[in-house]
Design a protein around this ligand. Structure first.
Ligand code: PEP
Length: 260
């Protein structure tokens, strides 16, 4: 049984004050809620230390939304894996579609980020996903194959323990157009199979693959119950405390059902 993850990606939303209020509410609720699933939030990088502070003593993990692959140097505006170590942050998101498409990050840079994070023993949520026209033209599997092959270049079998994959079809991110559970399950099964063919059955069975793309309270159950979906990476709905808590609760119910 793979431990599911309910993760939130806040992108560039919330002031510090709003962030602290959210974590006050989430932390006090979480203290009384027994959960098997992992809860992981990627707030804006600027607030990482405050969020780590706020969640100390809770079973809530905090990560950054992006890093640069060099350790230190003249790279204005960037942060690095050793800096994460210095503040006690263990998680990073890599290859989000907004990084790929707005900031023109390519597979080679994404791979360098992954290798750098692995060198510094971080856990990585590595995002892949096709654009709408790529799906319509029948290239989904080709796109996923390329993103996996190049993004995971030189990543060894043992390192795969540190990597969670997030399948996030670009056409579903922030659009309200969620993939149907069947479409999502097919893509997840394809990714798991790719891991089996390119690593081993062990890696494929252990790997956690999250779905992301307009996940909400109303649709999360149908997605999370799919056999190859091991959790969700949630943008918009993770910003609202009540919605995020509801999704965590539904995730817990689904995990119990999958366990039986
Ligand atoms: C995301 O930012 O990774 C995401 C999936 O966003 P949303 O849930 O808003 O579609």
């Amino acid at each position: 049984m793979r431990r599911m993850i309910i993760a939130g990606n806040w992108k560039m939303y919330k002031t510090l004050e709003e962030t602290l209020v959210f974590f006050d509410e989430l932390s006090s609720w979480e203290k009384d809620f027994r959960h098997e699933n992992q809860i992981l939030i990627f707030p804006p990088n600027l607030y990482t230390m405050s969020c780590l502070e706020k969640t100390r003593g809770n079973d809530i993990d905090i990560g950054v939304q992006n890093i640069y692959f060099k350790d230190f140097g003249a790279y204005t505006g960037e942060i690095s894996p050793p800096m994460l170590t210095s503040i006690g942050c263990k998680y990073a998101l890599v290859g989000h579609s907004e990084r790929r498409h707005i900031f023109a990050e390519n597979d080679e840079e994404i791979n360098r980020k992954i290798l750098s994070l692995l060198k510094h023993k971080k856990h990585i949520v590595f995002c892949v996903g096709e654009k709408e026209n790529e799906r319509e033209d029948g290239y989904t599997e080709q796109v996923l194959t390329n993103q996996l092959r190049y993004g995971l270049g030189d990543v060894g079998e043992k390192d795969m323990q540190q990597i969670t994959i997030a399948y996030e079809p670009v056409w579903a991110i922030g659009t309200g157009k969620t993939a149907t559970p069947e479409i999502a399950q097919d893509a997840h099964a394809f990714i798991r199979n790719w891991l089996k063919d390119n690593y081993s059955s062990h890696v494929a069975n252990k790997a956690r693959i999250l779905y992301g793309g307009s996940v909400k309270v109303a649709n999360c159950e149908g997605l999370l119950i799919q056999p190859d979906i091991d959790g969700a990476l949630i943008g918009g709905a993770s910003l609202k405390i009540n919605d995020f808590i509801e999704i965590i609760k539904k995730g817990e119910e689904v995990a119990n059902r999958k366990d039986q």
